[in-house]
Design a protein around this ligand. Structure first.
Ligand code: 9MJ
Length: 699
C-alpha cells in the first residue's frame, strides 16, 4: 500500500479517495464489503497523512472528512441532534503513549483517568427516549444523519422500550453498538446452510444486514443484542454525572446493558494493561471485539479537548492486530483425516495475521468451496481467530485474474475423485457435508492421522512423536499399524532419519547426525516405552473410534472397568453408559466387530501396553463420584493430566473454575485466584501431600 515515489501526491490522493469511496459504499450501503478493514484503515491513514502533508489537496468530500456513508435511501433519514462521532485509531503502544502524553499536556493533569471499554464489532446506533419511552432509533450514517430503523431496533430484546425509574428525562439519547453474539451467528449460519440460504459472512455483517432489513419480522428472527457506551442529546433538566464512567453506571440503572468489562484506568501503563487483559479474554468472549476504547473520564476535561472532524480528541480506539487480511491463492489441495474426511485447503502467499505468518487456510468442505467459488489465482480474505486454523472467508471478485475476453483464467475448483494419498475413490454421500476417502487403513494419510492421534498428549502421550516424524515413519515403511511403534529401536529411528528428507524440521540437521541423532532417537524410544503404562480411558481414546472423544472414552472405561466386557458389549449394553446414544453405540460396536481393530488391540497388548483394570462401576462406585474437584497451581510429583486421570478414576468430575458447586480444591504451588475464591467460599482445600495420601489410600 506504500506510495511509490513515481506517483504524484495529487494522483495518489485521487486514487485513494476513489478506492475508499467504493469500499465505503460496499460496506455501508450494500452491506457487502469486499476488502478487509485493515486495508481500508491503511488507505485512510495514508490519505490522512497525504492531506496533512499537502494542505492544497484538501477536499471537503474526502473520505477522511466523514464518519460513514450516507443513508441508502431505503429508510427514512433520521438527523442526529448531536453528531455521532467515530473514533480515531491506535495500532501500537507507542501511539497510545502519544495519545496519553497529549492529553496530559492539554489537561495539565499528569495522570488522567480514563474509562476503558471493549470495542464491540457491530453497528453503532443511537436510541432516543422521550419521557422514558423509546421513540426513535437510528444508524450512524454519515454522523449527521442516519437511517430510521426504529421498528427493527424494537425487536432487540436488550434494548429497553421503557426506561426504569420514576422520573424519566424529557429527552435522553443513548448510543451504543448492536452486535450479533457468536453463538447466535453460528446457529443462524448452520440453519441457513441446512435450508440452502445464504450464510452471513461474519457477526458484524450479520448485525448490519439484519438491522437494515425492510421487514422487521426478519430482524426479529436474527439473534441481535445491544451494549450502551455513550450519550447523545440529553434534556437540560437532567443533572448528569461528572464523569463518563459514572454515566455508564447510571445508564445501567435506567435498564441499559453496559458491558461488565468496562473499567477505569490511569496513564498509558494502565491503558496498556487493560488492552492486554481484554486481549487475553478476547477468544472466550461470547461476542466479537476488535480492540478496546479509551475515553478521558471527566466531562470537563473532554470539553477542554473538543473534537476534530471525525472523532473526539479525548478518546481513541486501540485496535487488536488484524485478524482478517487479503492474500492470493497459489494452490488448492486436500487433506485426508483420520476418519477419511477430505478437507480442502488453500496454499497461499504467506501473510501476517494477528501477529503470526500463515500460508495455509482451510476451506472446510466442498459446500464451502462451492459457496465461495475459490479458484487458483484469486485474491481472498482470510481470517484467523485465536488458535484455530485460518479460514478463507471471502473471494475478492473484482481482483479475479481474467483473460482478454473477460473470462476467469482459472476454472471452478472440483474436489478430486480419487484420494491423493492412496488413489481410493472419494465418496460424497448426498446430504453429508463431508466427502471421505474410502481407503480406510490402506490409505497412508488415514494411517498417519491415526498414529498422530494415538501419540497425542491426551491419548498415549508420546512426547516428541509429532506429525513430521509420523510422516517419515509411514513413508519409509517403518510403521504400518499403531502397535509397530513399540517395536521401533534406536537404530530404526537413526536409519529413518538418514533416509528422510533432511529438511524435516523436527529432525536434527543431517550434519549433526551421529551423537545428537542417537540421543534424539533414544528419547523417542524412551517416550514410546513410557506410554506402555497407561489407563483404559486413554487407550480407548487413542484408538480413534469415530465420535468417541476423551470424555466418552473415560465414561466407557469407568462403566466397564476392563477391556474384555467392552469388546463383547452389544449396542444396547453400550447405551447404558452415560452420554452414549444409539449412534455412538453403533460406532463402538462396529469398531470392535472389525477383526483388524481387534488384532491391533491384541498387538498392543502383546507389545506390553497395559492398564489397570477393575470392577465395572455402579452409579455410586467411586469415593469421589458426584463431586467436582478443581486443580490449581503446580504439582511437584505428578502432571496435571495424571492428577486429573487419577481423580476421575475415583469418580470425580474435574472442573476448571471454582464455584459454589466445587466440592474440593487441590492447591499446588503458586495457586492464585482460584485458591482465594475457594477460601472465600469455604470450600475444602487440600495440598499436594494430602492428595497423594488420598490417592495411595484408594489405589
Ligand atoms: C465500541 N464500538 O465498542 C465507542 N465503542 O464512543 C465504544 N464505540 C464510541 N465506545 C464514542 N465502546 C464514539 C464511539
Amino acid at each position: 500500500m506504500a506510495m511509490s515515489p513515481a506517483v504524484h501526491p495529487a494522483e495518489r490522493a485521487a486514487q485513494l479517495r476513489s478506492r475508499l469511496h467504493e469500499a465505503s459504499h460496499r460496506y455501508h450501503v450494500l452491506d457487502d464489503p469486499e476488502i478487509p478493514d485493515v486495508e481500508y484503515d491503511a488507505m485512510l491513514r495514508e490519505l490522512d497523512a497525504l492531506e496533512a502533508e499537502h494542505p492544497e489537496l484538501a477536499d471537503p468530500d474526502s473520505p477522511t472528512r466523514r464518519v460513514g456513508a450516507p443513508p441508502s435511501g431505503r429508510f427514512e433519514p433520521a438527523e442526529h441532534a448531536i453528531p455521532m462521532l467515530s473514533l480515531g485509531n491506535a495500532f501500537s503502544a507507542a501511539e497510545v503513549e502519544e495519545f496519553v502524553a497529549r492529553i496530559a499536556k492539554e489537561t495539565g493533569e499528569a495522570d488522567p483517568v480514563f474509562s476503558v471499554e471493549p470495542k464491540f464489532d457491530g453497528l453503532a446506533i443511537s436510541l432516543r427516549y422521550e419521557h422514558g419511552r423509546f421513540v426513535l432509533g437510528a444508524t450512524r450514517g454519515d454522523g449527521a444523519a442516519g437511517e430510521n430503523v426504529t421498528a427493527n431496533l424494537r425487536t432487540i430484546r436488550s434494548i429497553p422500550l421503557q426506561l426504569r425509574g420514576t422520573q424519566p428525562p424529557a429527552v435522553l439519547e443513548v448510543r451504543g453498538e448492536v452486535y450479533m453474539p457468536r453463538k447466535g451467528f453460528e446457529e443462524y449460519n448452520a440453519r441457513a446452510l441446512a435450508n440452502g440460504d445464504k450464510p452471513l459472512a461474519n457477526p458484524r455483517n450479520g448485525a448490519a444486514g439484519s438491522l437494515r432489513q425492510l421487514d422487521p419480522n426478519v430482524t426479529a428472527r436474527r439473534p441481535l443484542a445491544f451494549y450502551a457506551y455513550a450519550l447523545g442529546e440529553v434534556s437540560a433538566e437532567v443533572a448528569l454525572p461528572l464523569t463518563h464512567s459514572q454515566t455508564l453506571a447510571w445508564l445501567r440503572g435506567l435498564g441499559f446493558p453496559v458491558s461488565l468489562l468496562v473499567d477505569t484506568a490511569r496513564g498509558s501503563c494502565g491503558l496498556l494493561a487493560y488492552f492486554t487483559r481484554i486481549g487475553e479474554q478476547r477468544d472466550t468472549l461470547p461476542y466479537d471485539i476488535d480492540g478496546v476504547v479509551y475515553k478521558l473520564d471527566r466531562y470537563d476535561q473532554q470539553r477542554t479537548l473538543g473534537h476534530v472532524s471525525r472523532a473526539p480528541r479525548w478518546a481513541i480506539a486501540h485496535k487488536f492486530p488484524a485478524q482478517e487480511v487479503a492474500t492470493t491463492v497459489e494452490a488448492i489441495e486436500v487433506n485426508v483425516g483420520r476418519t477419511g474426511a477430505v478437507t480442502p485447503w488453500v496454499r497461499m502467499t504467506p501473510v501476517q495475521v494477528g501477529g503470526v505468518t500463515v500460508s495455509r487456510a482451510t476451506l472446510h468442505n466442498a459446500d464451502q468451496i462451492a459457496r465461495l467459488d475459490v479458484r487458483v489465482g484469486d485474491s481472498v480474505i482470510i481470517r484467523r481467530a485465536g488458535d484455530v486454523i485460518p479460514e478463507v472467508v471471502q473471494v475478492i471478485d473484482s481482483r479475479r485474474p481474467r483473460g482478454a475476453d473477460g473470462q476467469p483464467l482459472h476454472p471452478s475448483y472440483r474436489l478430486p475423485e480419487r484420494c491423493p494419498d492412496c488413489a481410493s475413490a472419494i465418496e460424497h454421500i448426498d446430504g453429508e457435508v463431508v466427502a471421505r476417502c474410502t481407503g480406510g487403513l490402506v490409505c497412508p494419510a488415514q494411517r498417519k492421522q491415526a498414529l498422530i492421534h494415538f501419540a497425542s498428549r491426551r491419548a498415549m502421550d508420546i512426547e516428541g512423536l509429532g506429525e513430521r516424524i509420523v510422516d517419515a515413519l509411514v513413508d519409509h515403511g517403518f510403521v504400518h499399524g499403531i502397535a509397530d511403534l513399540y517395536r521401533l529401536s534406536v537404530d530404526d529411528f537413526v536409519a529413518m532419519k538418514q533416509r528422510a528428507d533432511p529438511a524435516v524440521g523436527e529432525l536434527p540437521e543431517s550434519e549433526m547426525a551421529g551423537k545428537i541423532a542417537t540421543k534424539w532417537a533414544e528419547n523417542l524410544v524412551t517416550a514410546i516405552a513410557a506410554s506402555r503404562d497407561t489407563t483404559l480411558g486413554r487407550l480407548l481414546f487413542a484408538l480413534g473410534i469415530r465420535d468417541v472423544g476423551e470424555a466418552t472414552a473415560k465414561a466407557l472405561a469407568r462403566h466397564f472397568g476392563a477391556l474384555t466386557p467392552l469388546l463383547d458389549a452389544d449396542e444396547a449394553t453400550l447405551q447404558q453408559v452415560p452420554d452414549v446414544g444409539p449412534v455412538v453405540a453403533a460406532r463402538i460396536a462396529h469398531f470392535f466387530a472389525e477383526p483388524h481393530n481387534r488384532e491391533a488391540i491384541a498387538a498392543l497388548h502383546a507389545a506390553g501396553v497395559h492398564w489397570p483394570e477393575g470392577a465395572p462401576a455402579s452409579a455410586d462406585a467411586g469415593p469421589l463420584t458426584g463431586k467436582t474437584v478443581v486443580l490449581t497451581g503446580g504439582l511437584a510429583s505428578l502432571t496435571r493430566d495424571a492428577a486429573k486421570d487419577r481423580l476421575e478414576a475415583l469418580g470425580a468430575k474435574v472442573g476448571s473454575s471454582v464455584s459454589k458447586k466445587t466440592a474440593l480444591v487441590i492447591a499446588g504451588t503458586d495457586a492464585g485466584s482460584k485458591l482465594a475464591k475457594a477460601g472465600a467460599l469455604g470450600i475444602e482445600i487440600w495440598d499436594e501431600a494430602r492428595l497423594l495420601a488420598y490417592l495411595a489410600q484408594h489405589a
